[in-house]
Design a protein around this ligand. Sequence first.
Ligand code: ATP
Length: 283
Amino acid sequence: MALFENAPAKINLSLDVLSKREDGYHNVEMIMTTIDLSDRVMLSEIAEDRIEVALESRYVPSDERNLAYKAAKVFKDTYRIRKGVRINIEKSIPVSAGLGGGSTDAAAVLRGLNRLWSLNIPTEKLQEMGDMIGTDVPFCVQGKTAIATGRGEKIERLPSPPPGWVVLAKPDIGVSSRTIFQRIDMKEISHPNTSQILRALNSGDFQLMCDYIGNSLEAITMNLHPEVLRIKKAMVQAGASGVLMSGSGPTVYGLVEHHSKARRIYNSMCGFCDEVYLVRLLG
Ligand code: ATP
C-alpha cells in the first residue's frame, strides 16, 4: 500500500525572538501561514524493518540526516512499530530558504505514517513528536495559520489570512537557521507588533496585515547577506503591499491582494533574482 501527503511551505507573517533560554534555544512568538508551494511525499510499506528515503536533490541528503527520515524514526520508536517504510520526496520547496521545507516533509511523514498504519494518533501527539525533530515541525503538522510560542512547539490555530498572492524571491544562497540564531543580541533585536497582525487576521484586513508583518531575524540575515536587503528594496519598489524576509531567510516575500498586480511584480523580480515564485496564500 502507498499513500501521498502534500507538504506545503510556510511563510512567517511574524517572527519575534522574546528571550534566550537556559537550554540554549530562544523563546519565540511566530505567526505562520501555509502557501501554495508544496513538496509531495509518498509513503509505502516495505517488507524489511527499515527506513528508506529517496529524493532527487543536490542539497538534501537522503540518509538519517534527512528530516523525513528522522520523523519516521521518532514515529517508529515512540510507537514501537517494527515495520519498514520507503519515503519518496518530490521537492519543489527551495532548500535552506526560510520556507520550512524540511520541517513540512517531516510533518507529512508523521501524518502519513499515522494513516499508513491506521493508528489514529491525535494531532497533539504528532506535534509532540514534531517537537523532537525541529522547531517548525509542530506547526507544519496542521499547517494552515497559527501562532507558535515556546521554542515553536506551542501551537494555537488562527483565522486564515484574507485571500491574496505571494511573490517569493530567493537569492542564490542558503542560510542556516543556527548561524542566524547564534548571532542574536537580545539588547539590539527589533520586535514585530504581533498583536496588530492578530487584529488583521481577526478582521480579515489585508492592508493591516501587510503593514505589520515583521521579523526579528531580518536585520541579522541582511547584515550577513546584503543581497537580502537589495531584494527587499526591489520588491517594495515593484509595488508589493507588504514585504518581509521569511524565517531566518534568505527568501523575501511580497504580499499582493490582486493577481494581475502580483504577476507584474513577479515579472519584474524575475529580472532581479534567479529563483522567483508566484503562489497563493493558502492559510
Ligand atoms: P526553516 O524555515 O524551518 O528554518 P529552511 O527552509 O530554512 O527551514 P530547510 O529547507 O528545511 O530550511 O533545510 C535546512 C537544512 O535541513 C538543510 O541543510 C537541508 O540539507 C536539511 N534537510 C534535511 N532534510 C530535509 C528535507 N527533507 N528537505 C529539505 N531540507 C532538509
